[in-house]
Ligand binder design. Structure first.
Ligand code: SF4
Length: 101
């Protein structure tokens, strides 16, 4: 993906939203997959806010983290100015679910 493929974040950024990617509780984890030394990247909310219908914890694929937004979260702890952070993150995120070794 090149910068040309990215819509300017300003077009999508909403200062009224909570971006989980900019929250201290949003943690990057490795999940084993495939062979012994292969893994994929997932994100989890260590405040326990991401749940499936039956209550189990839900994790999301890392490359989608920038899309995790909420109108409000009572445990949101921003790590800094969201728009700048998200702009850099967006540049560095993989474009699909990669398998790492
Ligand atoms: S605490 Fe709220 S804002 Fe932070 S990662 Fe969890 S759900 Fe997102």
């Amino acid at each position: 993906m090149t910068d040309r493929d990215l819509k300017p974040l300003a077009e999508e950024f909403s200062s009224g939203k909570v971006y989980c990617a900019n929250c201290r509780h949003c943690k990057l984890v490795k999940v084993a997959n495939g062979g012994e030394s292969q893994y994929q990247l997932r994100v989890r909310c260590d405040a326990g806010k991401w749940r499936k219908k039956l209550g189990e914890e839900k994790v999301h694929k890392y490359f989608t983290v920038i899309r995790r937004t909420l109108d409000h979260c009572d445990t949101y702890e921003p790590m800094g100015e969201a728009q700048d952070f998200l702009k850099e993150l967006r540049r560095d995120l993989p474009i699909k679910d990669e398998l790492y070794t």
